[in-house]
Design a protein around this ligand. Structure first.
Ligand SMILES: C[S@@+](CC[C@H](N)C(=O)[O-])C[C@H]1O[C@@H](n2cnc3c(N)ncnc32)[C@H](O)[C@@H]1O
Length: 247
């Protein structure tokens, strides 16, 4: 039933994909494969090919490192080895938090499990990120900062150096050339991420919003549609998520 629905969606909203042996093997080796829509890889490839001459690259929301590995690979493929940053607080949202907030047992554990705490799970994902990027992105290892995007941008605005999850000192601040937004998909959070990114993006810089396709109900999808009327961005493609370029 699910796959029938997926087939129908693809027929209604066709998108372009890229096929490389490296990406196929890497993606099937890591957790989080289903979180990275393959249309995003095509859009990220376009952005990396046409990246402005200056500016670091930022990913908001890293999970276990799938999209970070794809971005670092594309940057290397296109000889655009820019400073690369990611941020993620590695927080856990249960599927039923909105109706089970009063159940301390549910709120403390991984999806109804009795013996896996949320903290153990998020530590596991964070450690997976470190392992996965240490292998597949070793030639362009991102400065992965364990912060909410909002706090990341505060640090970025004040040039406050951070320590990344690999224990390296990371300078912050300066222009950005590409931001991949895949953190909190609520309208308010996605809007803050977009507005903050636009403050730092150079003209010609790119913004890709995950979960923004027309068939989604997320706040990020509502925002992406609204942005079509904004004067400071132009739509590059919907594949089916929205890729914008700063004017
Ligand atoms: C869908 S996953 C990201 C998947 C990843 N981009 C990939 O494709 O491999 C969303 C991630 O966003 C993180 N997140 C949630 N709220 C955030 C925020 N305010 N700032 C940054 N990251 C956030 C979560 O901890 C989670 O790991």
């Amino acid at each position: 039933m699910k796959s029938l629905y997926r087939k129908l969606l693809v027929r209604l909203h066709p998108y372009k994909t890229l096929h490389f042996d490296y990406l196929m093997r890497m993606r099937t080796s890591l957790a989080g494969e289903s979180m990275l829509h393959e249309g995003n890889i095509y859009a990220l490839d376009y952005a990396c090919r046409h990246l402005p001459d200056e500016g670091a690259v930022l990913e908001i929301g890293s999970f276990a490192g799938m999209s970070a590995n794809v971005i670092s690979w594309l940057l290397r493929q296109h000889h655009k080895e820019r400073p690369f940053y990611t941020c993620d607080p590695w927080i856990y949202d249960g599927y039923h938090d909105h109706i089970k907030a009063d159940d301390p047992n549910y709120m403390a554990h991984f999806e109804g499990s009795q013996n896996i705490t949320r903290e153990e799970y998020t530590d596991f994902i964070r450690e997976s990120f470190i392992r996965n990027t240490s292998l597949f992105s070793r030639d362009l290892l991102p400065h992965a900062i364990q912060l909410h995007a909002q706090d990341f941008f505060k640090a970025w605005g004040k040039n406050t150096p951070q320590t990344d999850v690999f224990g390296r000192k990371a300078p912050t601040g300066g222009p950005l050339s590409l931001v991949y937004i895949d953190g909190d998909h609520s309208y308010d959070a996605a809007r803050q991420d977009v507005e903050k990114s636009l403050e730092w993006l150079v003209p010609g810089g790119f913004l890709l919003l995950d979960d923004s396709a027309d068939f989604w109900q997320y706040g990020s999808a509502l925002l992406a549609k609204e942005m079509r009327r904004w004067k400071n961005v132009s739509l590059v493609m919907k594949n089916p998520n929205y890729l914008y370029q700063k004017i």
